[in-house]
Design a protein around this ligand. Structure first.
Ligand SMILES: Cc1cc2nc3c(=O)[nH]c(=O)nc-3n(C[C@H](O)[C@H](O)[C@H](O)COP(=O)(O)OP(=O)(O)OC[C@H]3O[C@@H](n4cnc5c(N)ncnc54)[C@H](O)[C@@H]3O)c2cc1C
Length: 425
């Protein structure tokens, strides 16, 4: 809000509003200015989110911050596109030639060539982040393309403070420089500082337990444990310090409440990185960044709770159950494709039984199930008659989240009592 007021203030102070409303030719310059200012301001907010400051993460959760970051990235691309198109038109009108305007934009005017490259980079990053395109790319490719956004924004900065009439001198210039310096500082400390600490103080695998042919539970220990304030339900980014994987952060949830003995993660082989994680040996070093996530036991504390879980999504639920008392009377609907995919079933049954609840497993490929939609409102009501009075926690693949969320709402559970991590990938 404050940033919006500052941006509108800067634009208005430079005569932007009067130029726009006079509509005497200067409106194109005014529009170019306001779209440029807005693009930078939105990008700054996007960078603050991706810096993952603890205060914001505790409030909203990293999953939502990533989703907002993506929306803001798309907004930046639209604003930059408009800024470039209107700016090009403005120069064309002023110079009476589109060829001359193009020359100015691509190097004729100082800092403009860099800014144009920056705009192209922002466009490429945004297109590569569209869900349909991102899903076709290897994570590594997408990650490095995405890092180019920093370069694109840095390239644009020169033309902002040299040519941007609103921020090229006086108070506006100082405001702009300090704003960007603060964001860079936040990124260095909160984002890259945490990564540096994770690398400099890696934890070690202290136990490995094979759960089935593709899933392994590993425990990480080390002196850093004393400094990590993690809760069941939270997740960490792990980077096993082995060739090819040391730079790749992949999120995994705690599958047991953290203790002095270590942090336990249950990892299913779904690709290169998770597959390599399932092959880690005792003593292997792992850079651990986190904890993140706000889906904690407190969310449902004291209320009867239904957990709908798919496959390895059991990990955070298994951990949360340790901190719930008998008032939770947990019902766990555990969906898996094969009997052996019901990992940690014994531990789960013991925890649930201690709290007066039940575990119901639903096993088999979707096409072979006797019920077409096992998470429809009717089925959920039949299995859990008091569902409308319960809190609901969902953990698993997107399809399960959508189906079970829809079913629970139709069965009378208010949306604010249905909890799940928001898919950010
Ligand atoms: C909050 C959260 C908690 C998770 N907890 C667990 C857990 O406890 N145990 C477990 O086995 N898995 C967990 N996962 C999934 C795990 O992160 C992916 O299986 C792993 O990243 C796959 O990487 P890959 O390179 O092996 O496979 P890929 O073939 O690269 O990816 C397989 C799928 O994993 C997802 N994925 C890949 N990279 C990422 C990433 N960096 N961030 C988010 N999703 C990604 C995508 O949906 C992709 O389609 C969790 C995911 C999230 C978002």
């Amino acid at each position: 809000m404050a940033l919006t007021a500052c941006i509108v203030g800067l634009w208005a102070a430079g005569g932007g509003i009067s130029d726009l409303t006079a509509w005497d030719g200067a409106q194109w310059t005014s529009l170019t200015q306001v779209t440029g200012l807005a693009a930078s301001a939105v990008a700054v907010v996007g960078l603050v989110l991706v810096a993952r400051p603890r205060s914001l993460e505790r409030l909203y959760g990293l999953d939502r911050m990533f989703v907002w970051h993506r929306w803001l990235g798309e907004a930046v691309a639209v604003l930059v596109g408009t800024h470039v198109a209107v700016g090009f038109w403005d120069w064309t009108v002023a110079l009476d030639s589109s060829a001359a305007a193009l020359r100015e934009l691509t190097g004729g005017t100082e800092y403009m060539a860099l800014a144009t490259v920056g705009a192209v980079v922002v466009g490429i990053v945004t297109i590569s982040s569209l869900t349909s395109i991102r899903r076709q790319m290897a994570y590594e490719t997408w990650y490095f393309v995405h890092l180019l956004a920093y370069v694109g924004l840095a390239f644009a900065f020169g033309h902002e403070i040299v040519l941007g009439t609103n921020v090229s001198d006086g108070l506006g210039l100082w405001f702009w420089i300090l704003l960007h310096a603060a964001v860079v500082g936040l990124l260095l400390v909160s984002r890259w500082g945490k990564v540096a600490v994770a690398y400099l103080t890696p934890m070690r695998v202290t136990a490995v337990e094979r759960c089935n042919d593709d899933t392994v539970a590993i425990t990480l220990g080390g002196w850093r444990l004393r400094h990590l304030r993690a809760e069941p339900g939270q997740f960490f980014f792990l980077r096993p310090l082995v060739a090819g994987l040391w730079w790749q952060p992949h999120p995994y949830s705690l599958s047991a409440a953290p203790t002095a003995a270590g942090l336990r993660f249950t990892i299913k082989d779904r690709g290169d990185a998770s597959g390599a994680a399932t092959r880690l040996r005792i003593g292997a070093r792992v850079a651990v960044e986190g904890p993140y996530g706000i889906q904690l036991p407190e969310l449902v504390d004291g209320t009867p709770t239904l957990f709908v879980v798919g496959g390895v999504g059991i990990a955070p639920v298994r951990a949360m159950l340790e901190r719930l008392d008998r008032r939770s009377r947990p019902v766990v609907l555990y969906r898996a494709h094969r009997q052996e995919d019901l990992v940690h079933l014994d531990e789960l049954e013991a925890l649930v039984a201690e709290r007066g609840g039940t575990v119901r497993a639903l096993v088999g490929p979707t096409a072979t199930l006797a019920i077409a939609d096992p998470f429809s409102a009717d089925v959920l009501r039949a299995v859990v008659p008091d569902i409308a009075e319960r809190s609901v926690v969902l953990c698993g693949p997107d399809r399960l989240l959508h189906a079970a969320g829809r079913g629970a709402r139709a069965a009378g559970v208010p949306a604010e009592r249905i909890h799940h991590e928001h898919g950010w990938w």
